[in-house]
Write a protein that binds this ligand. Structure first.
Ligand SMILES: C[S@@+](CC[C@H](N)C(=O)[O-])C[C@H]1O[C@@H](n2cnc3c(N)ncnc32)[C@H](O)[C@@H]1O
Length: 214
């Protein structure tokens, strides 16, 4: 299907073959959409989708889904999305809080969180995507020992996330507070926010944590 320009933003998304606008229809059937049984890696809060398209190009044997709730953000990246003709990625227009309606248990192999909104006020900690209720959701929907890969410029959010992960039984297997000047820099695919922050000279924090599910 070709992208047709239509006035309404949401209609425009629905017309795009790389954007899934009714993801609950694929619950338990994502492999059918990709037409293979390869691993499914999901980015939550993907912005325009630059990370996921970069990863999809680099790893053609992995299936990628990028979740973004803001239709305007997706639309801003739509032309770039169409420049990437690979069949191993889709952008999903949805709120992450609905993911239990979208995936069965064990349907996700890996989760990426990149530069998630920091919600700096203490009273908003439940909204952070590394808050314990979100970690429980990821654990339930990911395979046993599934990996969470997390990058952020925000030290407060990073420290909070380390505590939440440890308190909830996740095993942190990799951690750096200066990704671009570390041994983990090689092969790193930058996100839009990562490019912006690193141009300003800000260090990028990254960790990988393994789910406690056995
Ligand atoms: C700071 S931006 C980072 C975008 C991208 N990951 C990057 O690194 O360039 C965070 C994005 O997460 C999205 N987001 C935040 N909460 C979300 C939720 N509950 N469901 C889906 N998207 C969400 C926001 O709309 C925003 O586009």
């Amino acid at each position: 299907m070709r992208l047709r320009y239509v006035k309404g933003g949401l209609e425009r998304l629905a017309e795009n073959e790389k954007v899934v606008t009714k993801p609950d229809e694929y619950k338990g059937k994502w492999s059918k959409l990709f037409d293979n049984d390869r691993s499914i890696h999901v980015e939550f809060g993907s912005g325009r989708g630059g990370f996921i398209t970069g990863m999809a190009k680099k790893n053609p044997d992995v299936n990628y889904l990028a979740f973004e709730r803001n239709s305007k953000v997706i639309i801003r990246g739509i032309n770039k999305l169409l420049e990437n003709p690979g069949s191993n990625f889709y952008l999903v227009h949805s709120d992450i809080r609905k993911i239990e309606d979208i995936f069965l248990e064990n349907e996700i192999d890996r989760v990426y969180l990149n530069f998630s909104d920091p919600w700096p006020k203490k009273r908003h900690d439940k909204r952070r995507l590394t808050y314990r209720s979100f970690l429980k959701l990821y654990e339930r929907l990911m395979i046993p020992k599934g990996e969470l890969h997390f990058k952020t410029d925000n030290i407060g959010l990073f420290d909070f996330s380390i505590d939440e992960l440890k308190e909830n039984g996740w095993n942190i297997t990799m951690i750096t507070r200066d990704l671009h000047n570390s041994s983990h820099a090689e092969g790193n695919v930058m996100t839009e926010y990562e490019e912006k922050f690193s141009k300003r000279g800000q260090a990028i924090n990254k960790l990988i944590a393994v789910s406690p599910k056995k």
